[in-house]
Design a binder for this molecule. Structure first.
Ligand code: BGP
Length: 482
């Protein structure tokens, strides 16, 4: 018997529209940047990351009105099956469900004068269904997608005008759902822009002369958009809570050599930078040095510094899948990771995709974030991407997933005991969805299995894995029965 989690702890699951919904051309939705990402079989992939699409691939996709080979266009068909899926979440006893709104479903081109009513109505129906089961929606406004028209017309987030378009979109959904949604997140993994500028910022490599410069200018616009969104949220929905979202990269020095420790500190600063701006409300001094040494000069408009300072977030949400290792010396074998890779840690085991599993790192990270910022934390992504196979009894016995989650829950509970305020936990991909980094569905995270393969073949039928009933019991016992 383990200790209970705090009362009202928001146990649940997490997803994103572009990986879940499908229906890419239905209900008046415009094309999304995520609809342009093709599935490339592993053997033909250049590296692990389909997030880096080429301009050629992008242009090809733009002219392909079909489902083609673009898995995020079909997702797992939540668009048609949301009632069935939410009923299953209800059966597991979810207290919260993290999903994102697809911006091009609301404003098909991003700069439209009026929103698309059919898109708004779709999320009304989804939120109503969640509330029917007493599940709190936790809504990400921007999860790795934007209307493609914003690339064609403005070159993505490098253009300041996107701030206004985004804030208008945010105000539209705040007004529409103010009686249904209390928890909001602005940009998913806002630090992703540094590594996946297309995915996170609509920046195509050959359309920018100086990519580094474009990335940080685009990021500045996202910071401003995020802060103005926080402001709008407070005005429109009193009592709501709005947070930022970071891909947390807990990084260890390879040795106690001070050179390694310094290198690790610098790597950690490049991760804390994003929360420093969004929680403390200003650019940290160490970034001045980074910008200077990398020839980056940011254009700030008068009033920007005040906007950042006056509209900091209520809480920090973050994803945590693994920890990383840094060394100042020779670089040895590397382990792949969520966006960023690190050196291999001999003390850790890895997932089927080489991500190094580190439950204690979650406790470390929760403590570090809380010590630094003193605001509530929300673990909105964590989980194990694995190959699931159906056994002779037609069951999926995913004990490896249960083991991964159990160990992380134990450490999360320890962090709470350490004094960290944790609002909740949403397990990533609670139903199987399309992977961001590989566009595969066979990299499965769910408690719920979806019968579809990487090419979109299958019945899309849902079934419960062994972890389904296990997680149900965890929630029911508020974490005492792991
Ligand atoms: C995060 C993203 C998610 C999600 C997750 C798992 O970076 O916010 O959208 O997909 O990682 O990554 P993957 O799908 O590549 O396994």
């Amino acid at each position: 018997m383990f200790k209970e989690f705090p009362e009202g702890f928001l146990w649940g699951g997490a997803t994103a529209a572009n990986q879940l919904e499908g229906g890419f051309n239905l209900g008046g939705k415009g094309l999304s940047t995520s609809d342009m990402i093709p599935y490339i079989p592993k053997e033909e992939r250049d590296g692990d990351n389909s997030v880096h699409i080429t301009s050629e691939q992008y242009n090809q996709a733009l002219n392909d009105p079909t489902n083609g080979n673009y898995p995020k266009r079909w997702g797992v068909d939540f668009y048609h099956r949301y009632k069935e899926d939410i009923a299953l979440f209800g059966e597991m006893g979810f207290k919260s469900f993290r999903l994102s709104i697809s911006w091009p479903r609301i404003f098909p081109n991003g700069d439209d004068l009026t929103p698309n009513e059919e898109g708004l109505a779709f999320y009304d129906a989804v939120f109503d269904e969640l509330l029917k089961y007493n599940i709190e929606p936790v809504v990400t406004l921007s999860h790795y997608e934007m209307p493609v028209a914003l690339i064609e017309r403005y070159n993505g987030w490098t253009d300041r005008r996107l701030v206004d378009f985004f804030v208008k979109y945010a105000e539209t959904v705040f007004n529409r759902y103010k009686n249904k949604v209390k928890y909001w997140l602005t940009f998913n993994e806002i630090n992703a822009i540094a590594l996946a500028p297309y995915n996170a910022g609509g920046l195509l490599h050959d359309r920018h002369e100086n990519m580094e410069q474009s990335i940080y200018q685009a990021l500045h616009h996202q910071f401003i958009a995020s802060a103005l969104t926080v402001k709008a949220c407070r005005e429109i929905i009193p009592g709501a809570q709005i947070g930022c979202m970071l891909a947390r990269l807990e990084t260890y020095p390879e040795t106690c050599n001070p050179e390694d420790v310094l290198k690790t500190l610098q790597a950690e600063q490049m991760n804390f930078f994003y929360t420093d701006v969004q929680v403390r409300g200003k650019y940290p001094n160490y970034m001045n040095r980074f910008f200077k040494e990398n020839g980056i000069s940011l254009h700030l408009e008068p009033g920007d510094e005040e906007i950042l300072l006056e509209n900091t977030v209520d809480f920090i949400s973050f994803s945590y899948y693994m920890s990383l290792v840094e060394s100042a010396g020779p670089q040895g074998e590397r382990a792949p990771g969520n966006l960023f890779s690190g050196l291999k840690n001999p003390y850790l085991e890895s997932s089927d995709w080489g991500w190094q599993i580190d439950p204690i790192g979650l406790r470390v990270t929760l403590n570090k974030l809380y010590d630094r910022y003193q605001v509530p934390l929300f673990v909105v992504e964590n989980g194990l991407g694995a190959i699931d196979t159906i056994n002779e009894n037609g069951q999926i016995e995913d004990d490896y997933r249960i083991d991964y989650l159990r160990k992380h829950f134990i450490q999360m509970r320890e962090a709470i005991e350490d004094g960290v305020e944790v609002m909740g936990y949403t397990s990533w991909g609670c139903i199987d969805i399309i992977s961001v980094s590989t566009s595969e569905v066979s990299k499965r995270y769910g408690f719920i299995y979806v019968d579809v393969d990487d090419l979109g073949q299958g019945t899309f039928e849902r079934s419960k894995k062994k972890s389904f009933n296990w997680y149900k019991e965890v929630i029911k016992s508020n974490g005492t029965n792991l």
